[in-house]
Design a protein around this ligand. Structure first.
Ligand code: FE
Ligand code: CA
Length: 531
């Protein structure tokens, strides 16, 4: 007879999935039904595990004034296909408390972890108080997860005095240690925004790297799951997730380098059908490992990721997906001057539906600051020194007519304090976005902060050679730097302050953090002032 300790958690009294959230949130009814409801047959409510099942930690995300998404995944053997779990569904109890010691529990329930979704759990907690911190944890069998801290948004009509958040992107596991996340975890932050390249898809690099991808290039769902497990095994990344709610979007490497909608980088090497299977695997694994709502539940190769979140009236976050709906990159060189192909008004980086949604969202917004959190650089930076112009063709300038129409829209509709946040490019930029990039003297209508990578690219440099020429040819670029790190933003009704936080190396542990540059934007004046 084996002794079983009394359960830490009382038996579940409510299901996590209310009928309302189920119907409202579901883009794909059938898929949603399999996500965290009971499948036919037994659910293991007292499972045992071959090792600690919460090996990837916990996370929370997409807060509202009365709720937040809580995430975890049961995976005792993270790097193995199947994660060391048997196919049966498993009950996972969850608790939300008002205090760190978790003595004042305010919400609790049970979710079901299903093998079809990698035994991941996405709990959409409702009924919390606005604008306050909470702590949460999960329990499965006799195992208890680490504790996470999260918060709700202020009431929709409230006018908060301050928001502090960080944004990050591009965390190739091989090229360095997540020292930047160790520093980020010590910041005082309400939110963390991740702008993509959370994983990279290739096999191990040929070069000597401080860490290794543990498998060849990933294609199948099991491959992608194991890659997330490798990345999320990092304690600094887990700590960063456990400290505050995250708002996430993807870039290309969550599927494959430089893909555009259904078109891979090398369409000569793979059929559209096969590529869409790969995209479906990448999207599903992304959903399984991120604290996303059921509205984002993937259905085959489709997943609705663009969305809006509000920090009261202070700031609205429009989170974009510039990968799933975009026209293909122009044929030819990766860097090109403008030409009739690029200027074709049918070319799109957002897709018509997302563009209409964004334009409506910006035009009707009553927010003090209108954030566009997205992947690739909007400023049209000419990176070809001299007379000739050259723009990188994976970024907004390859969709020049739509890019210009966004800035025109911000100008014409007098969108208040538009601020674009960007990842992808593995270096820091502070840009003013001009109403007309053909006339460099035209006025700035918005600002863009481009954040460097967490690790991608390896150890960086502060100022690259030729930065003076770059800035002379692109006077709207107010600052550029190529170290690793992240960006923090402190937002008040009157000012927006951005700190570019950098570390000098990532190939060794222990790099110190520096605030390399600070810029302030005053409300009503979309200009960058170096502080
Ligand atoms: Fe990247
Ligand atoms: Ca990228």
């Amino acid at each position: 007879m084996s002794f079983r300790p009394p359960p830490l958690f009382p038996l579940p009294t409510e299901r996590t999935l209310t009928r309302r959230s189920f119907l409202v949130g579901s883009a794909s009814f059938a898929a949603a039904a399999a996500l965290s409801t009971r499948a036919r047959g037994a659910v293991a409510s007292a499972p045992t595990f071959s090792a600690y099942p919460f090996a990837l930690g916990v996370a929370s995300g997409d807060p509202t004034p009365d709720g937040v998404v809580l995430w975890t995944r049961l995976v005792p053997q993270p790097l193995e296909p199947g994660g060391g779990m048997t196919p049966e569904p498993v009950d996972v109890a969850w608790q939300v408390a008002e205090d760190e010691a978790m003595t004042r529990i305010v919400r609790r329930g049970t979710a079901v972890a299903n093998a079809a979704w990698a035994h991941a759990v996405h709990v959409e907690v409702e009924g919390l108080a606005p604008d306050r911190w909470y702590w949460y944890r999960f329990k499965a069998g006799s195992e208890t997860s680490p504790k996470g801290r999260t918060r709700t948004m202020p009431p929709a009509a409230a006018s908060p005095e301050r928001l502090r958040f960080a944004f990050a992107s591009c965390q190739k596991f091989e090229t360095g240690f997540y020292t930047a996340y160790e520093h980020l975890t010590r910041e005082d932050l309400d939110l963390v925004v991740h702008l993509g390249d959370y994983i990279y898809e290739k096999g191990p690099a040929a070069a000597d790297t401080p860490r290794r991808h543990n498998a060849p290039e990933i294609f199948s769902l099991d491959d992608y799951r194991a890659r997330y497990a490798l990345y999320k095994s990092d304690p600094a990344l887990q700590a960063a997730h456990a400290m505050a709610p995250w708002i996430v979007t993807w870039d290309d490497h969550e599927v494959a380098n430089d893909y555009a909608a259904a078109i891979p980088e090398r369409p000569d090497r793979i059929t559209t059908e096969k590529f869409l299977q790969r995209r479906a695997a990448g999207y599903q694994a992304y959903f399984e490992h991120m604290p996303l709502r059921r509205t984002a539940l993937p259905s085959g190769p489709d997943m609705l990721l663009y969305r809006r979140l509000a920090f009261g009236r202070l700031a609205s976050f429009n989170v974009l997906d510039t990968r799933q709906y975009r026209s293909d990159q122009p044929p030819g060189e990766s860097r090109q001057p403008l030409n009739p192909f690029i200027l074709d008004p049918k070319r799109t980086i957002m897709g018509v539906k997302q563009r209409d949604w964004l334009f409506d969202s910006l035009a009707s917004s009553r927010a003090g600051w209108n954030v566009v959190a997205q992947q690739v650089m909007v400023a049209r930076v000419d990176s070809e020194p001299g007379e000739k112009a050259g723009y990188y063709m994976d970024k907004w300038p390859a969709y020049e007519t739509e890019r210009q129409s966004l800035l025109q829209h911000i100008h014409d509709r007098k969108v208040k304090n538009a601020v674009v946040l960007t990842g992808d490019i593995h270096n820091n930029w502070a840009n003013e976005l001009l109403s007309d990039f053909d006339r460099l003297e035209s006025r700035s209508v918005a600002t863009e902060f481009v954040g460097t990578s967490i690790t991608s690219g390896g150890d960086g440099v502060d100022q690259p050679k030729g930065v003076d020429v770059l800035q002379a040819e692109n006077p709207f670029v107010k600052w550029h730097n190529r170290e690793r790190g992240y960006v923090t933003c402190e937002v008040t009704p009157k000012t927006w302050k951005t700190d570019f936080k950098t570390i000098p190396y990532v190939t060794r542990r222990g790099a110190p953090l520096t605030t390399r540059a600070t810029f302030v934007v005053e409300s009503g004046r979309p200009l960058l002032q170096r502080a």
